[in-house]
Design a protein around this ligand. Sequence first.
Ligand SMILES: Cc1cc2nc3c(=O)[nH]c(=O)nc-3n(C[C@H](O)[C@H](O)[C@H](O)COP(=O)(O)O)c2cc1C
Length: 314
Amino acid sequence: MTSAPETKAGPDLRVSFAEIELKNPIIAASGTFGYGVEFEDVVHLDKLGGFVVKGLSREPMIGNPPPRLWETAAGMLNAIGLQNIGASAFLEEKLPRLRQIKNIVVFANVFGHTREDYERTIEILNDGEGIAAYELNVSCPNTAQGGVQFGCDPRSLDEVVTTAKRVASRPLIVKLSPNVTSIAQMAHIAQEAGADAVSLVNTFVAMAIDAKTRKPRIANVTAGLSGPAIKPIALRMVYDAAHAVSIPVIGMGGISTAEDVVEYMLAGATAVQIGTASYWDPCATEKIVDELHAWCEDQNIMRLADLTGGLIVE
Ligand SMILES: Cc1cc2nc3c(=O)[nH]c(=O)nc-3n(C[C@H](O)[C@H](O)[C@H](O)COP(=O)(O)O)c2cc1C
């Protein structure tokens, strides 16, 4: 009698933070993946570690006037201005469909113009079933009021995180702005105010000009830069933040390959998010999961989570 072929266990890609277990560390970033439902025909949503829905506010927002996007060398400028359907409509129109899809992890990104806005938006979302955690967007550079105003001032950051933590019925991830002098200080403030994890980075304030017309490429004049152009700076910020806090760090900025993911994990990230890459390939998130699996096999990595913070500095 021949014995059954030995089954070789594949690499374990699971990661966990704030008591949430993900099947792998790949999370689609807010604002680049709609409300998830728009991607269900192109990406196997259940193959991803999770996804973060577009920033949600208390009331619907129409966003900024066009043009709102501009491609740069190795990156993208956007000034969408938090266009979204509002937290209540998300619960009524999008979440029921997401609830029908098995084995997915949904994160809700929360935005407010004022502290009360953040509070109320979270209260609305607390009524929705099937949201794993909130990601507090205190870092959007594209709105006249709110967002980055909170994320760039230590006192405001402390106040908004404290408020959000008090009302949130779910774990709270605080998404930090790179447009600060010390990312370590801001990460530490978020932690002390009750954040269960920090995610970084949001986009860098930037601009582009049409030399011939002498006009800005983006109607809002300034915009947020994302994509591979920001990766080395974002990676350094994740490294700095990870050394400043004991809570988990979720890294992002310009990730487009499995090796990019590994770099972020070595710098200290527990999980990562992928944004702009989905613009040039809507399947990028899922492809990177496959690539990561193959990379671990190739490198004899049995447990991906062991790489977090594993940078060797001699
Ligand atoms: C078009 C666009 C819209 C975005 N909207 C949001 C948003 O609603 N909330 C948020 O926290 N971040 C938003 N972001 C920032 C991304 O989630 C991410 O932090 C940033 O793009 C860096 O990652 P990347 O280089 O992989 O794109 C947006 C980014 C882009 C490109």
